[in-house]
Design a protein around this ligand. Structure first.
Ligand code: ATP
Length: 595
């Protein structure tokens, strides 16, 4: 299986990578698209020249009529070659397919192995998106570009060779004018990658607005708030900015290229004029003269547009390779793609000791010397104002970040000494923004434990969460697809989606279950009930509820109030109420709402 390595990727990798994936298709494409189809026009010139010269000689009585047959066959052969190029379309498609299967998979695999901090960092996320967007297409484009470049060089070279034999200085003049043109193309190539990078930022925002304007998740609010025209303006703003950046780049490229291209046209006309002398002196035949003039004039668009385009694309490709190099160099989290370990003894105590933490690339301390202990088979609630750092604690516990100061110990052993697979087997989490997998319900829940889980294991959580009633009404029961991607899929209510996410966590065999406030779609009573159900379903496990609804905190064995990066209060609901501190104040404030 192919891997994205930590090394410097170069332009030549556009050919090495496809060659390692699909050597047959690459050779065919290089042979036909690169070499043969580039030589054909030159041979066509010679065949046409021979046809015209033979025809003239026949009219002048210097040749037999049947001598025209061979030149005609030559001309026909090269014309019919065009049909073969159509067949090459199939080869290109096959190569694309193979690149998608192997290279795209390698990029996806690397993405999955990345350290979590790269995913949460805007700059690296941009890089990941740039490299990960249609990677097969990018490699395919770079490869085709190399083949086209080789082909163009052969094509131009072969015409220049014929010219060189007749008018030695003509190719030199043509080359002298073309080189600055190509240098200019290289420069604009770099500029267009930078412009595309800049434009992509706006396109991403535009795509987001487009999603809000058309996506299903927003349909109710869209109707209710009627914000479509306002957001449409924002969409247009971002879209037009991206469009403007691209257009500016294209315009400037076109101006530069066509300005310089005019010079090449003049050179070609000059060459045609100069060939008149050898024609007059009989040094070249009429057929060859016509062929050479046609071929030289034909070189103009090739040099001005095709060659400059490929140079431009080549530099663009080099920037992609630079990005791929940077992407390959992003640090990985060992075991990020491992499945949870199978046999882990349930820990008696998980302890955070004097833990301080700031997100990488920032200097705001989110946790400031936080200490707490969690014991087996007990139920905890983390409460605190927004942004207090409750979710952050779970990210450290599960090993997503390890750049903290202090210690996190599982039964006295530092969590840095646990493998990812071991940590994954200890914790199961439902986040605030849990995922809604649009797959059959049983699969959506089964994703919580993909290690050969028997299907019946799904039944328990369904029953506990009261989802079995909904399932019994579904046409295909538990196999009914959720969401709108399948034709026979059904959409769930917000609360049902949340329950599916919670069921997913319940099928996990992890001894510690964390609910990071995934219950926002539930009314307070339903939410309290759900916490109660969840607690019962996890009676042999430890649980942490991260919640703002303090009613739910009442059922916890112990409540931690997180404030200012520390545990500011801890105890049972009753103890904290008696204490009359922050918790009691928050609870009274909420009670006031319901009174
Ligand atoms: N990837 C990140 N990079 C930088 N800062 C972050 C990142 N993720 C979270 N933060 C910041 O860390 C702080 C704590 O966030 P966290 O999500 O842990 O809070 P919380 O207590 O769970 O809040 P809430 O109750 O709103 O869910 C916030 O100020 C947040 O802006």
């Amino acid at each position: 299986m192919m891997k994205i390595e930590n090394r410097s990727y170069k332009i030549l990798d556009f050919i090495k990578i496809p060659l390692s994936i699909s050597p047959g298709m690459v050779i065919l494409q290089v042979l036909f698209d690169g070499i043969i189809s580039s030589l054909v026009p030159t041979f066509q010139v010679l065949a046409t020249a021979s046809f015209i010269d033979t025809a003239i000689r026949i009219f002048q009585g210097q040749a037999e009529r049947n001598q025209i047959v061979l030149p005609i066959l030559w001309v026909l052969l090269f014309v019919s070659y065009n049909y073969l190029t159509a067949l090459m379309g199939l080869v290109r498609e096959k190569l694309n397919l193979n690149l998608t299967e192997v290279f795209r998979a390698a990029v996806t695999e690397k993405r999955a192995r990345l350290e979590y901090c790269h995913v949460e960092n805007n700059e690296t996320w941009d890089l990941i998106e740039r490299v990960g967007k249609d990677p097969a297409e990018q490699i395919g484009k770079g490869f085709r570009n190399l083949v086209t470049t080789a082909g163009l060089i052969i094509r131009i070279g072969s015409v220049l060779m014929i010219l060189l034999l007749r008018v030695w200085w003509a190719p030199i003049v043509i080359m002298a004018f073309s080189i600055p043109l190509l240098m200019l193309a290289a420069k604009t190539g770099k500029q267009s990658y930078e412009a595309a990078k800049e434009a992509a930022k706006y396109t991403r925002r535009a795509t987001y607005y487009q999603d809000v304007l058309t996506g299903r998740d927003y349909v109710e609010e869209r109707a209710l708030f009627g914000y479509s025209s306002v957001l449409n303006e924002r969409y247009e703003g971002r879209f037009l900015t991206a469009y403007g950046i691209n257009m500016k780049m294209e315009r400037s490229r076109y101006m530069k290229m066509s300005g310089s291209g005019m010079i090449t046209v003049l050179v070609a006309i000059l060459v045609a004029g100069v060939l008149l002398a050898p024609l007059g002196s009989g040094q070249i035949s009429i057929g060859l003269f016509m062929g050479l003039v046609t071929a030289t004039i034909g070189l103009v668009p090739i040099i001005v547009f095709d060659l400059t385009n490929v140079t431009n694309d080549m530099v663009y490709g080099r920037e992609y390779m630079r990005d791929l190099t940077a992407f390959g160099g992003l640090s990985e989290s060992p075991g990020a793609t491992d499945l949870p370990a199978n046999q882990m003894a349930e820990p008696n105590c998980i302890e955070l000791r004097d833990v301080s933490f700031a997100y990488p690339g920032t200097d705001v301390m989110i946790l400031k010397g936080l200490s707490l202990k969690l014991f087996s088979k007990r139920h905890y609630a983390f409460v605190g104002v927004n942004g207090a750092g409750k979710t952050t604690i779970t990210k450290l516990l599960t090993g997503l970040y390890d750049n903290y100061a202090g210690e996190i110990l599982i039964d006295g052993k530092n969590i840095r000494d646990f493998s990812q697979a071991e940590l994954k087997s200890l914790f199961s989490i439902v986040y605030q923004d849990f995922a809604k997998y649009q797959v059959p319900m049983v699969d959506s829940i089964g994703l919580g434990d993909v290690r050969d889980m028997p299907m019946e294991n799904v039944d328990g959580p369904l029953k506990v969460l009261g989802l079995n009633r909904a399932v019994s009404k579904m046409r295909s029961g538990i196999k009914t697809p959720l969401g709108r991607i399948y034709e026979d899929g059904i959409d769930l209510s917000g609360g049902q989606w949340q329950k599916v996410a919670i069921a997913r966590s319940l099928v996990s065999r992890a001894p510690m279950h964390i609910l990071d406030e995934p219950t926002a779609a539930l009314d307070p009573v339903a939410e309290s009930e759900l916490y109660e159900l969840f607690r019962k379903a996890s009676k042999n496990k430890s649980t942490i509820f991260i919640t703002h609804r303090l009613g739910a905190a009442r059922i916890a064995d112990e409540v931690f109030v997180i404030a200012d990066g520390r545990v500011s209060e801890q105890g049972t609901h009753k103890e904290l109420m008696d204490k009359g501190g922050i918790y009691a104040e928050m609870f009274e404030a909420q009670r006031g709402w319901y009174a």
